[in-house]
Design a protein around this ligand. Structure first.
Ligand code: EPU
Length: 345
């Protein structure tokens, strides 16, 4: 291995031993400006937060931009707290900071790995709550205009594990901060299975956070002990007619009704029914407690994990005629690619 290459093994929660020719660390507004005037290739780079939703598929990765901007500002605006948080802060530490300071609302999103700047990109969500529910705006450094811009929540086009940052704004700039509005009049959200047995009348945000942490720890492996990136696939969203067809054969598929009438079904269930839960293939496998989580047992490579993901996708497709899509971002030596792009060269 060329000595001038930098290892990314400590910078991704799959602990894949990938290498990059360059890491550009962003610590200040000046670094951002310098970045936008540098000879950055228009697409051959990847913005990395804490690497908890990233699979380096190949041994080589492109130039890495690493956001390290820090800072949390709290303001009170009538019935709300406004938090302005820099992209390089850790998400879970932000949740803890809020709960310690009686700013309640983010407790269902406790223990989600990753940085604050990554939260809007895939609109992180868990236990019936998502980032978009609290987002007032996202501050964005635009590479072409070389300045910061504010996107309102509407501009961000949030959807299930999706946003404008993954679509039209991909490669066009970088998130520098988020602004959250959290209502002072706190209401618990106990709608999700697992939380709905908690006593709605006497519960507080700290106790909900503790329960969310307990639930997550009981199902999701700690990346420090068993490297993984949480859910590898998104839960597929089906039209009502497609869902009805599915239930003729599989009446008990776990499902969630969407506002537009579509139905989201549990990919973990589909994978388990396809007989894959707990399966191991060499150095990698499908987690024993949560079939949506792929794990690296030690010396797994990005290619091995990618091949396992394809195998899971194929098996589920053959059994249910449903194509599950990765939630994890797949990175090649020349930047991000879709599963299909990797397969076809
Ligand atoms: N299930 C199975 N087999 C399994 C695991 C789950 O049949 O091995 C069934 C469960 O019984 C349940 C359903 O699948 O009926 C859903 O399972 P779970 O509540 O564990 O949630 P999930 O849909 O698998 C999603 C998010 C998680 C988030 C949880 C809790 C996605 C892709 N994943 O998982 O987010 O923590 O809900 O809200 O939407 C992540 O994005 O990385 C992540 C961990």
């Amino acid at each position: 291995m060329n000595r001038s290459l930098l290892s990314l093994a400590q910078m991704n929660s799959f602990a894949i031993k990938a290498y990059t020719p360059q890491i550009m660390e962003i610590n200040s507004k000046e670094d951002l400006y310098n970045l936008s005037t540098s000879t950055l290739h228009p697409t051959n780079f990847y913005i990395l937060g804490e690497g908890s939703n990233t699979l380096f598929v190949e041994e080589m990765a492109p130039t890495i931009i690493h956001m390290a901007l820090k800072g949390i500002k709290v303001e009170e605006i009538d019935d709300f707290y406004r938090l302005t948080v820099a992209a390089g802060e850790n998400w879970h530490q932000l949740v803890e900071f809020c709960i310690e300071n009686q700013i309640n609302g983010l407790e269902n999103l406790a223990l989600i790995p990753g940085s604050v700047g990554a939260a809007p990109v895939q609109n992180i969500g868990a236990y019936g709550v998502e980032f978009a529910d609290f987002c007032e705006s996202v501050t964005w450094f635009d590479f072409a205009d070389k300045c910061e811009k504010k996107l309102t929540r509407k501009d961000c086009l949030f959807a299930y594990r999706n946003s404008v940052f993954k679509q039209a704004l991909k490669h066009k700039g970088v998130i520098t901060a988020v602004s959250l509005l959290i209502a002072k009049n706190w209401q618990p959200n106990l709608s999700y299975a697992g939380l709905n047995q908690l006593p709605k009348e006497s519960i507080n945000a700290k106790a909900i956070m503790a329960e969310v942490i307990r639930l997550r720890q009981s199902k999701l492996p700690d990346p420090k002990e068993l490297p993984n990136a949480g859910s590898f696939f998104k839960n597929p969203i089906l039209s009502l007619s497609r869902y009805t067809e599915l239930t003729k054969k599989y009446a008990n598929v776990p499902h969630y009704h969407q506002k537009n009438g579509d139905i989201k079904v549990a990919a973990a269930w589909l994978i388990e029914q396809a007989g894959l839960k707990g399966k191991r293939r060499g150095n990698v496998g499908i987690h024993v407690n949560q079939a949506l989580v792929l794990v690296n047992y030690g010396n797994g490579t990005g290619a091995e994990l990618f091949n396992l993901a394809r195998y899971v996708q194929d098996k589920v497709y053959k059994k249910f005629n449903i194509k599950i899509e990765p939630e994890v971002r797949l990175i090649s030596s020349t930047g991000e690619k879709s599963m299909e792009e990797f397969q076809h060269g």
